[in-house]
Design a protein around this ligand. Structure first.
Ligand SMILES: Nc1nc2c(c(=O)[nH]1)N[C@H]1C(S)=C(S)[C@@H](COP(=O)(O)OP(=O)(O)OC[C@H]3O[C@@H](n4cnc5c(=O)[nH]c(N)nc54)[C@H](O)[C@@H]3O)O[C@H]1N2
Ligand SMILES: Nc1nc2c(c(=O)[nH]1)N[C@H]1C(S)=C(S)[C@@H](COP(=O)(O)OP(=O)(O)OC[C@H]3O[C@@H](n4cnc5c(=O)[nH]c(N)nc54)[C@H](O)[C@@H]3O)O[C@H]1N2
Ligand code: SF4
Ligand SMILES: [Mo]
Length: 692
């Protein structure tokens, strides 16, 4: 028996803006406790409930500890253990045969199971690039918002989180920080104690909306109209900072014309809120310099998501809120860190780079892609897919088609996982991956501005291997002769950042390993003097780059694909809008298999307004069937006015096999893409609900 040891230098790997620093207590080679690091300013010693249970997940009895090959039909999840050598041989034989003939018939599928730059997309990308495999457009979450910011500010840049504590008005817009951005909520609480007014803009009375001074419950997918209505009032009532507009923005005259077509009466009608609410909101916002907006991804999972983000991003440039460190907008701070993605991913290893890169498949249309027979437009049929850091059978939209695609007998599927997820059930080869406590990584954050290092605290559990090592092994068995495929994790981590960038002054890979984290060297009010990263250097209300692509150069409101405005016939058959935002105790589909957290969530629920429930003879607690042309699922109804009338809410993302009916919310979501960025439209979804 050895005395427990506490390791610092660990980072929460999950897809969450908070990127907490963790301390891990290890006893006899096992992690027994994981806590927030009190010394790390953004973490302030606190982890969320989920990750406080991280040790339970790492040493869970269902952890995959050995490679396995499928013995039953696809989807049934019957496997038998094999050795690593046998697994590599099987994979190498099949992948080499395809790669020599039709490399684009091989595709990766990955997202942010870990946000680490090493175990995320380093060797894996290099491996696929070297093969000439299809590329994956990683658009399932944030691409519309990222595009909105890119065309307005030039990159994913925003306010520094710590200064929200000094803001006088905080708009929490399409964001539910109590569930999904907890440490930001701590800042907002500080602001509230100092007298700030908190306003939630969300169709649902989320845990967060419940605790704000005001909740504006607009119809889903109408944020662009709300923002344009606010701009209209700012202009007509002259609540503008003309000096800021003149010096640091582009296209005010054109934006003015656009916004004048959205008087508050029209915006109110589109959004389903009172006109006076919009006027009051605009007056308050326009007359407060320290006005801060926390946008989040919830508002951009609809057809017009990119335009909505663009319209909202214009607001602080109109009022000059950017002059204050406690004013502006934050959607993502991910663009501040000087990540060297070229060095990490080596796109130049692609045979046709840069003139003719391999085809890219949008991950949101994985169902259609796997079922496509192949043709001149699509390219070759997909014959092999390698999934890591993701659980597409549970999380990707239009799940009936996704599952049908993965069920194809002729598809060769390799899944790298911690657990036997819904996706793993379809694998031909299931390979055990290490967790964050078992491997090395480096991180940036999209919610604060520190870079961080994660050193292994324990040895790999069972025979698990880091993603990087698994791809190195595949490359070796395929005989690939490219030195970059065999770089060590330490060497990859060292190449992750441009260390000579001004934001990392005085920081090196070696110093970071000692200190654990480093705060980027950034101005407190990043756009006080302009300095946007667009081609013009200004905040671009009018985007020449969009115009050149034949797109609308100005932000506008686009009605959801699935709404009374967008598709009246569909809305007649399926009158309820459904959204499925994250449940507090899950992290996407991660942690659903941790019993203590799943039991807190209970079972799949559907929140439905009393009027909608009554019309359908649905009483609180009844099992209901939720359906549209794409599929159906069941949940227990919670009759509540948390959901506005016409809206139903099913907190997600359940593992299908742990739900009573073996289904989840993605049975009904669609593969349609957003206006900008090709993002998913999870919250642009009409359904009908009936008693089960
Ligand atoms: N506990 C927990 N935390 C998480 C996650 C998790 O699964 N669980 N997931 C992580 C990930 S990957 C992400 S991307 C983030 C997601 O977290 P957020 O970026 O906050 O996004 P969502 O939770 O999808 O939605 C936030 C709020 O937007 C509302 N909303 C839905 N549609 C609209 C709309 O059209 N307009 C407006 N204004 N609001 C709308 C929803 O009701 C919800 O309350 O959280 C991360 N953190
Ligand atoms: N209906 C609905 N669907 C949604 C959403 C929604 O709000 N509603 N949200 C969407 C959003 S915002 C996102 S970001 C996506 C998230 O979708 P995903 O990125 O697929 O997220 P997770 O479901 O957490 O699955 C990540 C998987 O990676 C595994 N993993 C973690 N670390 C490692 C590692 O180091 N190596 C390997 N090999 N595996 C690892 C975990 O065990 C887990 O099973 O889901 C989307 N789907
Ligand atoms: S999920 Fe988010 S809040 Fe929870 S520990 Fe990880 S980074 Fe922190
Ligand atoms: Mo996400």
């Amino acid at each position: 028996m050895n005395a427990p040891t506490e390791f610092a230098r660990a980072v929460c790997p999950h897809d969450c803006p908070d990127t907490c620093a963790m301390r891990v207590t290890v006893e006899n080679g096992r992690a027994i406790k994981v806590v927030g690091d009190p010394d790390h300013p953004p973490t302030q010693g606190a982890l969320c409930t989920k990750v406080s249970r991280y040790a339970e997940r790492v040493h869970h009895p269902h952890r995959l500890t050995t490679p396995m090959k499928r013995v039953g039909p696809k989807g049934e999840g019957r496997f038998e253990p094999i050795s690593w050598d046998e697994a590599y041989e099987l994979a190498a034989a099949r992948l080499s045969e395809i790669a020599n003939r039709t490399p684009e018939a091989i595709m990766p599928y990955s997202y942010a199971g870990t946000m680490g730059l090493v175990q995320g997309d380093s060797i894996a990308q290099r491996f696929f690039h070297k093969l000439g495999a299809s590329q994956l457009d990683r658009t399932i979450c944030a691409a519309a918002g990222a595009a909105g910011l890119k065309y307005t500010y030039g990159a994913s840049l925003g306010m520094l989180t710590e200064f929200f504590a000094e803001s006088e008005v905080v708009l929490i817009w399409g964001s539910n920080p109590i569930a999904s951005n907890l440490h930001f909520w701590t800042r907002v609480q500080e602001a509230k104690r100092r007298g700030a007014r908190l306003i939630a803009i969300d169709p649902y009375r989320s845990l967060t909306a419940e605790k704000c001074h005001q909740h504006i419950a607009l119809k889903p997918g109408t944020d662009g109209a709300l923002a344009l209505g606010i701009i209209n009032v700012l202009i007509t009532e002259n609540l503008l900072d003309h000096a800021y507009i003149d010096a640091h923005t582009l296209g005010f005259a054109e934006l003015k014309v656009r916004a004048l077509s959205y008087p508050p009466s029209r915006a109110a009608q589109i959004c389903g809120v009172d006109e006076q609410v919009i006027v009051d909101l605009a007056r308050l916002y326009g007359s407060t310099k320290k006005a801060a907006i926390r946008m989040n991804y919830g508002l951009q999972r609809v057809r017009g998501g990119g335009n909505a983000v663009r319209a909202i991003a214009c607001l602080p440039a109109l009022t000059g809120a950017w002059r204050e460190r406690a004013g502006g907008v934050l959607l993502s701070s991910g663009g501040w860190a000087p990540v060297d993605s070229h060095a990490l991913q080596r796109p130049d290893l692609m045979p046709g780079w840069p003139a003719k890169p391999a085809r890219a498949i949008n991950m949101n249309a994985i169902g259609d892609a796997l079922l496509h027979p192949g043709d001149a437009v699509f390219g070759p049929k997909v014959e092999a897919i390698i999934v890591y850091n993701s659980n597409p059978v549970a999380v990707a939209p239009d799940s009936e088609r996704v599952a049908a695609g993965f069920a194809r007998e002729d598809l060769f599927t390799i899944v790298l996982e911690h657990f036997q997820t819904d996706t793993a059930d379809y694998a031909d080869l299931l390979l055990p991956a290490t967790t964050q406590l078992e491997h090395l990584d480096v991180h940036k954050s999209y919610g604060h501005t520190h870079v961080m290092v994660n050193l292994p605290a324990i040895a790999p559990v069972g025979d698990a291997r880091p993603n990087t090592e698994i791809f190195r092994g595949l490359a070796r068995h395929m005989g690939l002769q490219e030195p970059a495929l065999y770089d060590s994790d330490d060497a990859i981590a060292q190449s992750a950042f441009r260390w000579n960038d001004a934001t990392l002054q005085g920081v090196s890979w070696d110093s970071l390993k000692k200190t654990g984290w480093a705060k980027l060297n950034l101005p407190e009010a990043p756009f006080a003097e302009g300095g946007f990263r667009t081609p013009s250097g200004k905040c671009e209300f009018f985007s020449e780059r969009l115009a050149q692509q034949g797109l609308d150069p100005l932000p506008d409101y686009l009605p959801p694909y699935e709404s009374a405005d967008g598709a009246p016939e569909l809305a007649a058959r399926y009158p309820l809008a459904m959204i499925s935002p994250p449940a507090r105790n899950f992290l996407n589909s991660t942690f659903v298999n941790v019993e203590s957290l799943r039991s807190t969530e209970g079972e799949p629920h559907l929140d439905i307004h009393p009027a909608d429930a009554q019309q359908r003879n649905i009483a609180d607690g009844m099992q209901v069937r939720i359906f549209n042309d794409r599929g159906a699922m069941q949940a227990r109804a919670r009759v509540t006015d948390k959901a506005r009338q016409g809206l139903v809410v099913g907190l997600s993302i359940w593992w299908k096999k742990l739900a009573p009916d073996g289904r989840n919310a993605n049975q009904v979501t669609s593969q349609a893409l957003t206006d900008l960025g090709g993002s998913a439209t999870f919250y642009d979804c009409l359904v009908e609900v009936e008693r089960a």
